[in-house]
Design a protein around this ligand. Structure first.
Ligand code: IPE
Ligand code: IPE
Ligand code: MG
Length: 245
């Protein structure tokens, strides 16, 4: 069975899940946090090497302060409660995105969890926090320009691979499979550069209802895809493009 090495998930639909049950949106986020735990454990069991979860976008600051605050508290609670489970499951924890505007208590826990799990050799769990694909690309350009200005980088040498090394995701392969829950068929500013050849899987299930079997369904769908990367026959990786001038 061809397993994706890297699965990315846009965890969407917490609010609608709760509203349909005549409960406050916060209840949906609490349930959604439980889904995170079960899907992280399942993905590690299934031998997925990288799992990237979109937890908070650069656009999510537009929500009421009380909702943002609850999401931050849930994140803090997740890190407090789950770090030891991540240790027992041999999961390495990382994050992408600009965490500077996050509450200090959250940033503190983030670095603690990254540090505590850094030698784990199983799955890498990457949380996207205050992450936006466009913002990441703009920051990448800024970092590259700085290196050019300091004469550490020759502009003529910049290619896709060098560009990728300046992204937040430099250390991770591009996602093979992107799952979005809640029935929306859009990317919402997630991993814009990295998703160029990712297989997309949309499900109507709201995130709090997304179970282990649903992850398996997505993996089964992935297995049936033919990834050609622009070529005529299936490939498992993008073919090396060599253009002679
Ligand atoms: C996903 O659920 C959680 C975050 C974006 C943080 P939503 O809160 O977006 O739920 P819906 O889309 O409003 O139902
Ligand atoms: C995407 O969900 C962001 C996260 C899951 C963190 P949104 O609910 O914010 O996306 P839109 O607004 O429906 O595009
Ligand atoms: Mg949403």
């Amino acid at each position: 069975m061809t397993r994706p090495e890297h699965v990315a998930i846009i965890m969407d639909g917490n609010g609608r899940w709760a509203v349909e049950k005549q409960r406050p949106r916060t209840f949906g986020h609490i349930k959604g946090a439980q889904t995170v735990k079960s899907i992280v454990t399942e993905a590690a069991k299934l031998d997925i090497k990288y799992l990237t979860l979109f937890a908070f976008s650069t656009e999510n600051w537009r929500r009421p302060a009380s909702e943002v605050d609850l999401l931050m508290r849930l994140l803090r609670r997740y890190l407090d409660n789950e770090t030891e489970n991540l240790m027992s499951e041999n999961i390495r924890f990382r994050y992408i995105g600009n965490i500077a505007p996050l509450p200090e208590k959250v940033r503190e826990r983030l670095s603690k969890t990254v540090d505590r799990t850094k030698s784990n050799t199983g799955m890498t769990l990457v949380l996207a926090l205050n992450y936006g694909g466009r913002q990441e690309i703009v920051n990448t350009v800024r970092k590259i320009l700085r290196d050019v200005k300091d004469h550490h980088l020759n502009p003529e040498a910049i290619d896709e691979s060098i560009f990728s090394q300046y992204l937040d995701t430099a250390e991770y392969p591009d996602p093979d499979l992107l799952i979005r829950t809640s029935g929306e068929s859009r990317i919402s500013n997630f991993l814009l550069w990295q998703l160029s050849y990712t297989e997309l899987y949309f499900t109507k299930k709201y995130w709090p209802d997304f179970k282990e079997e649903d992850l398996q369904d997505a993996l089964n769908s992935f297995e049936r895809r033919n990834r050609r990367f622009g070529a005529t026959t299936p490939h498992t990786h993008p073919p090396l493009v060599v253009l002679s001038e």
